[in-house]
Design a protein around this ligand. Sequence first.
Ligand code: FE
Length: 315
Amino acid sequence: MGHNFEDASPDEIKEIVDFFVSHGTIALLPTTVTAPISIIKDAIERVRRVGHPAILGVHIEGPFISPERRGAHNPEYILPPSPERFAELTSGHAGFIKLVTLAPELPGGEELITRILESGAVPALGHSDASYEQALAALERGVKLFTHLFNAMSPFHHRAPGAVGAALDSDAYVELICDGIHIHPAVVRLIAKVKGFDRICLVTDAISAAGLPDGEYSLGDLPVFVREGVARLSDGTLAGSTLTMDRAVRNFMDYTGCSLPEAVRCASLNPARLLGIDDRKGSLEVGKDADLVIFDQDLTVHYTILGGEVVYARR
Ligand code: FE
């Protein structure tokens, strides 16, 4: 809807979240990109103050990432993994930061994983040049997720399986951006064959252009150009998506041929388990939050219900 969590006002943050709610999202982690620590802290504070029932907490993506795999993150603000800088970032917000993406192969990476776990957040490998061996060591240390698998990480090669090889050869959770651009449908299908339907988490990775037509937008302080719904920096680097969760589920079913319950699990129960909130979220059971999405055959969302209240109704 044209807003970034980095600088959005409370009303604009609400507008972003309501847009995704109207596309079938019942809970989300607003995600910050690499920026100066003070900007990220300010974003966390603003998101927190909005107190929208669909906001679970935040995902900190960067600054502790690899310059080698920075994708659309501004290299100026990338920092080596640092428990001290992490403490600065989280002070006052422990418990609200739910997910942290880092490059664990960098000096300080191992200690940062431990600190992230101690803070109660989930450490994720992403924007990382880790080798297969380094990625496995990070899993041993406590990393539980690969952030947007295949994108911005050491690729799969038959003599150097890379971070992607470690993701496929382990029990870790993997995020997929199922917009048909970030991962070829055939690769989505292969991932589903290898990982099954209990470890895949569908994500949008959406930027400010989601919900709006093609044009010029921004990510952090970098300009982004959107053409036919595909977001890129001026040098052609992919810069997030314009995906919504209803389309992600539909695409995932199209690409893999899986059933609706299997696709829905990848968008609900799996991420809830990853975050350790499956006692409240992720499936329809007595005692859980009454968060429901009602959609038709085409997966067009008709109602979204949060905590038993209808918060979106299609006109
Ligand atoms: Fe990213």
